[in-house]
Design a binder for this molecule. Sequence first.
Ligand code: ACO
Length: 429
Amino acid sequence: MNKTAKLDIDGHIYELPLIEGTEGEKALDVGRLRAQSGYITLDPAFANTGACQSAISFIDGELGTLRYRGIDIAELCEKSTFMEVSYLLIYGHLPGEEEYTRFKEKVHHHSLIHEDMKSFFTSYPGHAHPMAILSAMVCSLSVYHPELLQPEQSDEDRDQTITHLLSKVRVLAAFAYKRSVGEAFVYTRPELDYLSNFMHMMFTTPMRPFEPDEVIRKALDVLFILHADHEQNCSTSTVRMVGSSKANLFAALSAGICALWGPLHGGANQAVIEMLESIHASGSGTKRYVDMAKDKGNHFKLMGFGHRVYKKYDPRAAIIKKYCDQVLNHLGIDNPILEIAKELEEAALTDDYFIERQLYPNVDFYSGIIYRALKIPTNMFTVMFALGRLPGWIAHWKELVEDPGMKIARPRQIYTGSREQQYLPIDER
Ligand code: ACO
């Protein structure tokens, strides 16, 4: 028999179905509560609200666990690649050899964007933030693919849409960078893998080809794997929200990119490095910044610290920290910023304020140090996050639109404005 919970409102008993996930997460299904009782649930910022049931990734915030389709991220980082993880997230299983080859071929095949789009980039001022360009370009790309915009798609068309975007967003990101430094656009090469091609499009110039480096490729692969999905975070929820209106994937991803831009979300990786650099430049040590973050009269927060779901060390940050050391050693870089980051972490983790609130470094705390070592400019850091998160956004969109029970997302509210009043003409106000 299906379990229910009983809710007593003024002596009226309402039965709410109980839902349990495969990892034992429990929920009350309140979908019919308003129809039965006139009450809605109120949960600002959705801190306690499940927006959907999803089989893509699982987080245990208390244990500090993250799994994609059941596989622990640490194992994926060690044994897999970003391309394979993309397949896993989007299609639900690890690909067989043939499936994987076909997938990679399709992604590579779709790497050209319409030549006309190159002129779009040159219309932006040189200082334009690449997140603004990326979001606009992903949406603009849709006009060149009217065949991929139908609200009801066949499996084949959906696959085409997915592989086009998986391939092209990386090209658009690299072009946005080239525009910002005033260099010529570079195209993919067939012999390079997905991420090496991205680095090649970013860093090859007519005078100097990009030279693949295994340590750097692996570090980037790991970073992208760690960013690939994180269940119902702000940008993914945005993608699902937009997708629920049956807007196309181009529009949904463009909106997701905008949501990611904010400093409380993916924009934190840029904010972290700026914070670490200002600590370094000030020469005043980390304590002053820890004190500022604790001061309720100050808006300053320790960027790269804290998480809505993790109440333990973010498992992604632990892995990135290890790769930070590896990359810097490999490149022979002695970066004082890394030392400041470690010192700041140590200071925060031994401070009662952070201990009581269970605030730990998150995925953004160390990632920027690796990007900086790879000569990726600071304003591209959040673009890097977007490229990593792309397969997760796509997987959630696919899961959503393939759900026969999909409905448009439409939260309710408790209205707190004026009661009904009459319109007053301007000379009577
Ligand atoms: N520095 C100082 N205090 C903090 C921080 C921080 N980074 N993060 C949370 N707190 C404090 C809050 O002030 C609050 O204190 P209070 O209980 O005394 O009022 C308490 O910890 C709880 O924090 P909330 O803001 O309620 O937590 P919420 O879940 O809403 O926010 C968030 C999570 C947005 C990540 C927050 O921790 C934050 O702003 N961190 C800095 C920005 C950041 O690193 N964002 C990236 C997150 S990861 C990602 O999106 C990819």
